[in-house]
Write a protein that binds this ligand. Structure first.
Ligand SMILES: [Cu+2]
Length: 140
């Protein structure tokens, strides 16, 4: 037979282990939904010029609209065909984005781990800035 004092210690140790387990569960970050998944590579070319991004001037609604599946690897090749600088950012995925001087081209690559709609926009005050504020990345 266990004495009362021993039973109290056993109960205390059991409770501590249970609490530790709960804390470990709460504190550990959730696993990435794409961990271990490669996903398909999706490549898109964005031309920045005086008509906006890929001619967004002639689109009343969001443009360009890019749709990928969660966990895909998204590769943007951004070509600045203008003489002035333009930016290229994707909300939440790359808020700093790219900065391209006139004539420059650069790549922006990331894995689309988050579901939702993410705005694509210019981060540099240019003469056609308003044409470069309404792009959209759909991650479905
Ligand atoms: Cu701009």
């Amino acid at each position: 037979m266990l004495r009362t004092s021993e039973m109290v210690i056993i109960a205390f140790v059991t409770a501590s282990l249970a609490a530790g387990g709960v804390f470990a569960f709460v504190l550990s970050p959730p696993p990435s939904p794409c961990s271990g998944m490669t996903g398909t590579v999706r490549s898109f070319t964005i031309i920045a010029d005086l008509t906006g991004y890929n001619g967004s001037q002639s689109h009343n609604e969001a443009w360009p609209i890019i749709t990928v599946q969660r966990c895909d690897t998204v590769v943007f090749t951004v070509i600045n065909n203008d003489t002035q600088a333009h930016g290229f950012a994707v909300a939440s995925y790359s808020n700093a984005g790219l900065e391209l001087v006139g004539g420059d081209h650069q790549k922006l690559q990331f894995q689309a781990t988050k579901l939702g709609q993410f705005k694509i926009y210019c981060t540099i005050r240019c003469t056609v800035h308003y044409l470069m504020q309404n792009g959209l990345l759909n991650v479905t």
